[in-house]
Design a protein around this ligand. Structure first.
Ligand SMILES: NC(=O)C1=CN([C@@H]2O[C@H](COP(=O)(O)OP(=O)(O)OC[C@H]3O[C@@H](n4cnc5c(N)ncnc54)[C@H](O)[C@@H]3O)[C@@H](O)[C@H]2O)C=CC1
Ligand SMILES: O=C([O-])C1=[NH+]CCC1
Length: 303
C-alpha cells in the first residue's frame, strides 16, 4: 500500500477561507439535494475522558470524492488540542487508499467556513455587532472566517476562563467581557463555540432578531443554548438526521427544525426574515471529504 501522508503544516500552507467558504456552500447544497452518500456519524464514547471517537465517511459521485474522517474529541486535553483527526482519502475507481491527511486543521477551518456560509444566508445585518462565547480553536477560526465576508461594528469575546478571553481578544483586536450576558448584549451575530454541556446563552440576553451560530454541544445530552431560545428562534441545521440523533440543543428542547441550511442555498426553502434565528451546526463528513479533495488538488499544483 503506497499512502501519501499529508501533514497539518501542508494543509495549512494551501487551504484558505477564500477557497473553502464557496466549497462548503456547495457541499451543504449537494447534501440537502440528497446528492451525497453519508450516514449520520458513528460515535464511540470514551467515558473515562468524557470524550468520543467519531467515524465520518462520505462519498460524492459528482465530485468523485470518497473519504472518511476519524475524529476524537477529548474536552479535558490541555497539552494537545481537544480535537484530533485524520482523513483517509480513497481512489474512487479502485477503492485503494491514496492519502492519510491531517484532519485537525481541516476540521478547524471547514467548521468556521460552514458558519460563515450560514451567516451569509441567514443574517441580513450589514455591519453586525459580533459576540463569541468561547475562546478556543473554533473561536479564532470563526472570527477569521466571518471576517473574510463581513466587517463588524464591534466584536466581544467571553470565555469561562477570562485570561483566555483576554488573550484571544488581544490577538484579534476585540473586547473581552466578564460575562456571556455582557458579551451578547445588543449583538446582531452570536457564535457559541464552547465545550459546555449546559446552556451558556440565555434567551433573555439575546436581542430580538439576532442571528446565532450554535457550534458546540454535539451530543444528545449536551446543550449550549437555553431551551427557551431554541423554541423561540427559527431553527436551521446542517443535517436534520444528525440533529435529531446528536443535538442535545434540539432534542432536550424538543425544538422544531425549520430547514437545513442547504435547503436555503438550493432554493428549496425561503429564509424567514426579521425573527431571532439560530443555525445548529454539528459537522458533516461531506464537509471534510470535499475539503480533503481540495487540499489534494492544491498540493498537486505545488509539486
Ligand atoms: N459543529 C462542528 O462542525 C464542530 C463543532 N465543534 C465543537 O465546537 C466546540 C469548540 O471546539 P474547539 O474550539 O475546537 O474547542 P477548544 O477546546 O479549543 O475550546 C473550547 C472552549 O470552550 C470553553 N469551555 C469548555 N468547557 C466549558 C464550560 N463547561 N462552560 C463554558 N465554556 C467552556 C473553553 O474554555 C474554550 O474556550 C466544541 O464543543 C466542539 O465539539 C468542533 C469541531 C466541529
Ligand atoms: O464535525 C466534526 O468533526 C465534529 N463535530 C463535533 C466534534 C467534532
Amino acid at each position: 500500500m503506497n499512502v501519501k501522508l499529508v501533514s497539518a503544516a501542508e494543509v495549512k500552507n494551501v487551504l484558505t477561507f477564500k477557497d473553502l467558504i464557496p466549497l462548503m456552500e456547495n457541499a451543504l447544497k449537494k447534501f440537502s439535494e440528497k446528492k451525497i452518500e453519508q450516514p449520520v456519524r458513528t460515535v464511540i464514547p470514551v467515558r473515562e475522558s468524557n470524550g468520543f471517537l467519531g467515524i465520518m465517511p462520505a462519498y460524492s459521485s459528482q465530485d468523485q470524492a470518497l473519504a472518511a474522517k476519524l475524529v476524537t474529541f477529548f474536552p479535558h486535553n490541555t497539552d494537545v488540542p481537544t480535537h484530533n483527526a485524520v482523513i483517509v482519502v480513497f481512489n474512487t475507481s479502485t477503492g485503494v487508499p491514496e492519502m492519510l491527511m491531517d484532519g485537525e486543521v481541516i476540521t478547524t477551518m471547514r467548521t468556521a467556513a460552514v458558519s460563515a456560509v450560514a451567516t451569509k444566508h441567514l443574517c441580513s445585518v450589514e455591519e453586525p455587532r459580533l459576540a463569541i462565547l468561547g475562546s478556543g480553536v473554533q473561536a479564532r477560526s470563526h472570527y477569521q472566517a466571518l471576517s473574510t465576508l463581513m466587517k463588524f461594528k464591534d466584536v466581544r469575546i467571553w470565555s469561562r476562563t477570562s485570561a483566555n478571553a483576554e488573550s484571544l481578544s488581544k490577538e484579534l483586536g476585540c473586547t473581552s467581557c466578564n460575562s456571556a450576558e455582557e458579551a451578547v448584549k445588543d449583538a446582531d451575530v452570536i457564535i457559541t463555540v464552547t465545550s459546555s454541556s449546559k446552556p451558556v446563552l440565555m434567551k433573555e440576553w439575546v436581542k430580538p432578531g439576532a442571528y446565532i451560530n450554535a457550534v458546540g454541544a454535539c451530543r444528545p445530552d449536551w446543550h449550549e443554548i437555553d431551551p427557551a431560545l431554541m423554541n423561540s428562534a427559527v431553527l436551521y441545521v446542517d443535517s436534520r438526521n444528525a440533529a435529531l440523533k446528536e443535538s442535545g440543543d434540539v432534542i432536550l428542547a424538543k425544538a422544531e427544525i425549520y430547514a437545513e441550511v442547504g435547503e436555503v442555498i438550493s432554493g428549496q426553502k425561503e429564509v424567514v426574515k426579521g425573527k431571532t434565528t439560530l443555525f445548529k451546526s454539528l459537522g458533516l463528513a461531506i464537509e471534510d471529504v470535499m475539503s480533503a479533495k481540495l487540499v489534494a488538488e492544491l498540493l498537486s499544483k505545488t509539486e
